[in-house]
Design a protein around this ligand. Structure first.
Ligand SMILES: [Cu+2]
Length: 190
């Protein structure tokens, strides 16, 4: 668990984001800014195997989702319900979702870096681990922010079943849509 001190540090790092508009590394500048709530949701990549824990985050717009990484060189990328294990693209095929890149390799304990994304939507945001070695996405390493619990056709279970059947896992071309920052609580156990 996080200590109170680390939570304060996390909130401070989140507050610092207010003045920094999201600046994707592909050169475009986001035109929308979001009022940050100061709430951070921690997701641990690799806890209990090829899993995100939790794999189902319920968040408000302006909350921060912060991925922590256990060993096995995980990453996180945004996808879509219908195309698991594949980067979210716009109609022209441009990568538009977030991707942490592979910045978190660690042999034991947590990575000394985390990845933060600001929640911009109450609609479902799907994500996966694009690690090819061991086919993490196909083996269940998917998750969702703001799942639609009322529609079982679009459930996390259905998404995970579809992920298991994809022909290939695709690694996004570049990091974007979030922040790789120092781990605010690197010695916290999970
Ligand atoms: Cu992984």
């Amino acid at each position: 668990m996080f200590s109170a001190k680390s939570i304060v540090a996390t909130l401070l790092s989140a507050a610092a984001l207010v003045s920094a508009a999201p600046t994707p590394t592909n050169g475009t500048v986001a035109t929308t800014t979001y009022h940050l709530t100061g709430v951070t949701h921690t997701v641990v990549a690799g806890k209990g195997g090829l899993k995100f824990d939790p794999d189902n985050v319920v968040a408000e717009i302006g909350d921060v989702v912060e991925w922590h990484y256990l060993p096995a060189n995980h990453a996180v990328a945004q996808s879509s319900f219908f195309d698991p294990c594949k980067p979210l693209e716009d109609a022209s095929g441009k990568q538009v979702g977030f991707f942490s890149d592979f910045n978190f390799a660690t042999s034991e304990g947590q990575s000394d870096k985390v990845f933060q994304v600001v929640v911009e939507d109450k609609k479902p945001t799907w994500f996966y681990c694009p690690q090819l070695k061991g086919e993490h996405c196909k083996n269940g390493m998917v998750g969702v922010i703001n799942q639609n619990f009322d529609n079982q056709a679009f459930s996390l279970r259905a998404h995970r079943e579809a992920a298991a059947k994809v022909d290939e896992i695709i690694i996004p071309d570049y990091q974007q849509g979030g922040y790789v920052i120092p781990n605010p609580n690197p010695n916290g156990g999970f």
